[in-house]
Design a protein around this ligand. Structure first.
Ligand code: PHE
Length: 378
């Protein structure tokens, strides 16, 4: 069905408001069609099941103190998405290459941190925000331009840490780590974990939590002690706070053995019927693995070429039939011209593709790579 208007968290949105053919807008139809799907609000969907399991942990350990939001509108201002969480003016995440802009002041949120400031201002001190987030990116089995995050935020007052003898920041950092280690155990059972120091503009210190899974360390979330400036600007003068943001798909792929991120979007009953409300332990049984088909495309790039732009073109044509776009050759000749060769893997999650169908897709890719990206095919 072609949707042309929808309501998101109480906000009415028409397609023309979000997708426009002008250079200040880079939202394609494929992304518009994802707005309002709200996979995280379906109790039978792996993402909804995971969200509920995390809620359960917080309800049990903090006697229902965390306020929960899962219906906030994903269209937010540049101020909410970036300025309010202290993202520097020249940070790459603000670029049109990385973020979907509706217009110069409005974006599809690229993280749930976009809601921190407004919720603080409204007086919330313990909250969880779950929602769909949007990022332009390359294509493989773990990256999709729409995914889901849960933000956690907890504010402390002086009384909370004074007795401990520690300073506020150290106290919050320790509480945060304990909370998230407990969450990881609630979801995964006894797992090996480690903390990695990292950087986020909105927290200091900042950490990543990794868990050891299938012989690999896997990053599951980012977190840290909230920058004082954010608290100060939003009416919290004598407080400290922690925040975390976790990617639901990443965790769900591990917990449910889901091999490809596109499966979250399928309506194929052989996928959807395998999950039920409240059942975190279920392992997905692949119904069949259809064969992939690889096609290469080579061209001379120009100064404005980016892999994200290429991937947007490919997704616009092949949709969820594209599994991976991989740079397999890259060289610069004596004249200074640079050539890239990309290998595109086409594979359906639901059926076998015919040669004809794939050839047609690849033909369109070749045409549009040339017409939309202004590169020269080789
Ligand atoms: N917003 C960060 C991200 O999307 C995650 C995060 C949230 C980190 C809150 C620290 C605190 O990567």
């Amino acid at each position: 069905p072609v949707v042309s208007a929808l309501e998101l968290g109480g906000v009415k949105i028409a397609k023309e408001d979000v997708v426009r053919d002008d250079p200040t807008n880079n939202v394609p139809d494929t992304i518009f069609s994802k707005l309002g799907m709200q996979l995280h609000r379906r109790d039978q969907h792996p993402l909804g099941i995971l969200k509920n399991a995390i809620y359960e942990y917080f309800d049990a350990n903090y006697s229902n103190k965390f306020d929960k939001f899962d219906d906030l509108c994903p269209l937010v201002s540049v101020k909410q998405n970036f300025d309010d969480v202290l993202v520097p003016a020249d940070h790459v995440s603000r670029s049109y290459n990385d973020t979907y802009y509706v217009d110069p002041q409005t974006v599809l949120r690229c993280h749930t941190s976009a809601h921190q400031a407004e919720l603080l201002r409204k007086g919330h001190t313990h909250f969880l925000v779950t929602g769909d987030v949007y990022r332009r990116d390359s294509i493989d089995s773990t990256h999709y331009p729409v995914f889901h995050q849960m933000e956690g935020f907890r504010v402390f007052s002086t009384e909370d840490w004074e007795a401990s003898g520690a300073d506020g920041t150290a106290f919050a950092a320790e509480d945060l780590k304990k909370c998230l280690e407990g969450l990881a155990r609630h979801l995964f059972g006894a797992v090996e974990m480690r903390w990695i120091d990292t950087y986020f503009p909105f927290t200091n210190p900042s950490f990543e939590l990794e868990i050891y899974f299938k012989e690999k360390w896997m990053e599951v979330l980012g977190c840290g002690v909230t920058e004082q400036e954010i608290l100060k600007r939003n009416g919290k003068l004598n407080n400290v706070a922690w925040a975390f943001g976790l990617g639901l798909e990443r965790l769900a792929m591990v917990l449910f053995d889901i091999p490809d991120i596109r499966l979250f979007w399928t309506t194929d009953e052989r996928f959807t019927s395998q999950f039920s409300k409240g059942q975190l332990g279920i392992k997905f049984k692949p119904f069949s693995k259809y064969p992939p088909c690889y096609k290469d495309v080579s061209f001379w790039i120009n100064e404005s070429f980016t892999e994200n732009n290429l991937c947007e073109v490919v997704r616009g044509i092949a949709g969820d039939l594209v599994e991976e776009v991989q740079l397999i050759d890259n060289f610069t000749n004596k004249k200074g011209m640079t050539s890239h060769c990309y290998r595109i893997a086409y594979r359906s999650m639901e059926r076998s593709l015919t040669d004809e169908e794939i050839n047609e897709l690849q033909m369109s890719v070749r045409e549009q790579v040339q017409s939309k990206l202004n590169v020269t095919l080789r």
